[in-house]
Design a protein around this ligand. Structure first.
Ligand SMILES: NC(=O)c1ccc[n+]([C@@H]2O[C@H](COP(=O)([O-])OP(=O)(O)OC[C@H]3O[C@@H](n4cnc5c(N)ncnc54)[C@H](OP(=O)(O)O)[C@@H]3O)[C@@H](O)[C@H]2O)c1
Length: 223
């Protein structure tokens, strides 16, 4: 947000808690009616949107067998449907030359639990809407970060001494996102070295499943 403000943009923020945006709208993006109402208010003040960023997301550690069903529902509603409802609600403001950025995840390319499934769905949405909005001259960017240390996703304590290598700072994502917008890059992975993970999952899903099942059995036995 601050990087966009520094570039001279007027930023309207949608979130449940107050933000430092130039204009803030309280909104739960999982609530379609609320998103429609907020979008109508914002579009009255700003009929054209230059850049729409679908950033809202919640984490969910754990797999299908150990999280509550409510968690499975919540991540789909916020991470996937939140992007869909927000994009559709702001569509009247997106015109030739506008940009849409979807903050997805490397977890959208490698299967592993309910959060990952919500990001797979959001990635499919982002790739689909890239094609659909091309007709209108709206350019869509898909940003897939790996582990990043943020308030909602505290990652450092997960990886111990490896965390300085595995966990990126939010600033790197911001820089790469703006670079993708400036250079018309449709889809990026941040940091880049996460890319092979997506390729291996896509090319050899059976081998990945066998290897991960073995690791998870070993982990269970060592408990
Ligand atoms: N950090 C990572 O490791 C990582 C990796 C890959 C992808 N991502 C993705 O990057 C995006 C940003 O995450 P972050 O790491 O910056 O997490 P964050 O610091 O927790 O930020 C998430 C933002 O989403 C908003 N939000 C959450 N639920 C919302 C809802 N229902 N309605 C409206 N706003 C909502 C939060 O504001 P309120 O709480 O005030 O609503 C907050 O501003 C997410 O889509 C996340 O999945 C993160």
């Amino acid at each position: 947000m601050r990087a966009l403000q520094a570039r001279g943009s007027l930023v309207v923020g949608l979130s449940r808690r107050p933000s430092r945006a130039d204009e803030h709208e309280e909104c739960d993006v999982a609530d379609r009616a609320a998103v429609d109402a907020v979008a109508a208010r914002v579009l009255q003040r700003h009929p054209r949107i230059d850049l729409l960023v679908n950033n809202a997301g919640v984490g969910a550690r754990g797999n299908y067998l150990d999280v509550e069903p409510e968690v499975i529902e919540r991540v789909m509603r916020v991470n996937y449907l939140g992007s869909v409802w927000t994009t559709l609600a702001f569509l009247p403001g997106l015109d030739r030359g506008s940009r849409l950025v979807n903050l997805v995840s490397v977890a959208g390319t490698v299967a592993g639990g309910p959060y990952s499934a919500s990001k797979h769905a959001q990635l499919a949405f982002s790739r689909s809407i890239t094609v659909e909005l091309a007709r209108r001259g709206v350019f869509v960017h898909t940003v897939n970060p790996g582990f990043v240390e943020t308030e909602g996703f505290p990652q450092r304590d997960r990886f111990g001494p490896l965390s300085s290598r595995l966990v990126a700072e939010p600033q790197l994502v911001v820089e790469r996102l703006l670079d993708a917008v400036d250079k018309n890059r449709r889809e990026i992975v941040v940091p880049r070295w996460y890319r092979p993970a997506a390729w291996i999952q896509a090319l050899a899903p059976g081998i990945v499943a066998t290897a991960r099942a073995r690791t998870s059995r070993r982990r269970l036995r060592s408990r």
